[in-house]
Structures are given as structure tokens and as C-alpha cells.
Write a protein that binds this ligand. Structure first.
Ligand SMILES: [Mg+2]
Length: 307
């Protein structure tokens, strides 16, 4: 229904809305820009999700944010009032750990990132090198001579958001990735955080740096790549055609929906607005067309009046 047409649900007759509501039984919702903005819940989001659950929809939350574990995300959602099952949280750090576990990874991971990643690795029994500051105190020549001895047990480099990203970390990642057998995973490739008046680089900017100095392409786990939802689809817990992806960012959320065969709903409380979609609608580039959602609502809470 409405595939790739960006139909405004508020302009639809009630019977079409009912038909649309009956066409999915699973909802996968992005978090930031849809149900919360930073630490503030978006007005009406809790009541809307509660009502959708009452209607029998199973609800998952899906975020590219690798700085929190699933448990921490669950607690954040729970404290805001969302009635979400703990195992219905999908995060890029969890999916990264699951990706390695599914491939029976036995070696150690060099991590550029935060405890959000290392805690998830530990939870599935995967060793890692830890996180935190790693800076060069002396001269580069001295560092090359004696400052770093590669760990021969490293079998993967995982890159995510890291406020302590440094030249030393670039060197280490590059040395490990010079072995073609060493895996290169990126939790997500979002370029920056959507914070008004400030530009905060996100994981994608760090990933790009490592790509440049290693001349290697990472396996990207986070949205819009299927990997983040693959375990859900493969285990049969969700049926893609009867799943609705809700998001505020077309390049990650709506494209993920497209890549997984989900239906898609864009809400205008975050990154993208209808004006962006109208540009893509008119574009001749098929890649732009993939960014156009099936349906649109200004706010998630607008659903409440329709259901
Ligand atoms: Mg978002």
C-alpha cells in the first residue's frame, strides 16, 4: 500500500487508514527523532506506542547508537514510560556482537568505540582490547620504535563512535587491518549527530578516516544495512512484508525498510522533512527514489487520533 509514494496519512480517508493499520503486525521504530530527542521524550509518543501495542502490534526499537548496550537502552525507554520488552531492543553494538558470534569468531577485537560495544562483546564471550583514551605522549619516531607492540590475537577491528578517537588508534587499526584476514566492522556510518548550532562527528566520520588510511571497506552493521535486522528476519520472529519501519531519517531508517522489504513511515520530528522527500520524488536517480517513504506523518502522536 502506498509503496514509495509518501502519502500523508492525515489526508487519507479513515477506511484507507484502517486498511493500512491492518497491513502490519510488527513495528520497528527508530528512537532519536521519533520517540525521543536526546533525553527528552517526544510528546504523545508513549501514548501512541501503548495504543499500538493494545491493538496487538509487536514493537521493537532500533537504533544505530553504539554507545549504549541493549540493557541501557531498555532502561532509558522504560524510564520514559515506554512498555517495551527488553529483548525487543535492536542496537548496532548488539548486532555487531551478534554478527561476530554467528560467525563463531574466536579471536580478540580491537575496538574504537565505547563500553556500549565492549559490554555487548563480553555478553557473547568475545575478547576485546578495551576502550578509553590512547594518546601519543612523545614523538612519533619513539612511538614507532617502542610505543606499540601489535597483539597477535586480534582478528577484527570494530569502529563506532568514540570521543577518544586518536592518532594512536588510527595507527593500531591500520596495523591490524593490514592483515587481509582481519575483519573490519563499522557499527554505523552516520556522519554527524543532529544537534542544533553544533557539529558533532558521529561514527561515520571516524570510519571514513580508518577507511582512508587502510584502503579497506568495512562491513557496516547499522542502518540502512540489513545486518542490523537480519537475526530477526532469519529467526522468523518478524515477517518483512507485515513489518512497519518508523523513522525520521530517510538515509538510514527508510532505506533500511526498503532493504529489508518492510513498509515505511516517515515522521517529521527529526532529520528529514517533507521538503526533502519532494526533492527525491522528482529526482531521476533511482537511489534517491529509495529514500521516499510509503507514508508520512508530522509527528508519531498524530497516529493516536487515527487509531
Ligand atoms: Mg533518528
Amino acid at each position: 500500500m502506498h509503496q514509495g509514494r509518501c502519502v500523508n496519512l492525515l489526508e487519507q480517508p479513515l477506511d484507507r487508514i484502517r486498511q493500512w493499520l491492518a497491513s502490519f503486525d510488527t513495528i520497528i521504530s527508530d528512537c532519536d527523532g521519533v520517540i525521543w530527542l536526546g533525553d527528552n521524550v517526544i510528546e504523545g509518543a508513549v501514548d501512541t506506542m501503548r495504543q499500538l501495542k493494545r491493538l496487538g502490534k509487536q514493537i521493537y526499537l532500533c537504533t544505530n547508537n553504539s554507545t549504549r548496550t541493549r540493557q541501557q537502552l531498555y532502561e532509558k525507554a522504560h524510564n520514559m514510560g515506554f512498555d517495551i520488552d527488553a529483548d525487543h531492543i535492536i542496537s548496532s553494538s548488539y548486532a555487531t556482537a551478534a554478527y561476530l558470534k554467528a560467525r563463531n569468531f574466536q579471536k580478540k577485537v580491537y575496538v574504537i568505540g565505547t563500553a556500549g560495544i565492549t559490554d555487548e562483546l563480553e555478553a557473547v564471550g568475545i575478547k576485546h582490547t578495551g576502550v578509553g583514551p590512547d594518546i601519543m605522549s612523545g614523538r612519533l619516531t619513539a612511538y614507532i620504535k617502542s610505543g606499540f607492540r601489535p597483539d597477535t590475537d586480534i582478528g577484527a577491528v570494530v569502529v563506532g563512535f568514540d570521543v577518544h578517537f586518536s592518532f594512536c588508534k588510527m595507527i593500531k587499526a591500520s596495523v591490524y587491518l593490514s592483515d587481509p584476514k582481519c575483519l573490519f566492522l563499522a557499527t554505523n556510518i552516520d556522519e554527524r549527530f543532529p544537534i542544533t548550532g553544533m557539529v558533532i562527528p558521529d561514527a561515520g566520520s571516524i570510519v571514513r578516516t580508518v577507511q582512508t588510511c587502510t584502503a579497506r571497506e568495512p562491513v557496516v552493521i547499522g542502518k540502512p544495512n540489513r545486518s542490523i535486522c537480519e537475526w530477526l528476519i532469519k529467526s522468523g520472529r518478524i515477517e518483512p512484508a507485515r513489518t512497519l519501519m518508523i523513522g525520521d531519517c530517510c538515509g538510514s531508517d527508510i532505506l533500511l525498510g526498503r532493504n529489508c522489504g518492510f513498509q515505511t513511515l516517515l515522521v517529521g520530528t527529526g532529520v528529514n522533512q517533507l521538503s526533502d522527500v519532494n526533492v527525491w520524488k522528482k529526482s531521476c536517480d533511482p537511489e534517491d527514489k529509495k529514500l521516499v517513504p510509503d507514508v508520512y506523518l508530522p509527528r508519531l502522536a498524530d497516529l493516536l487520533a487515527l487509531i
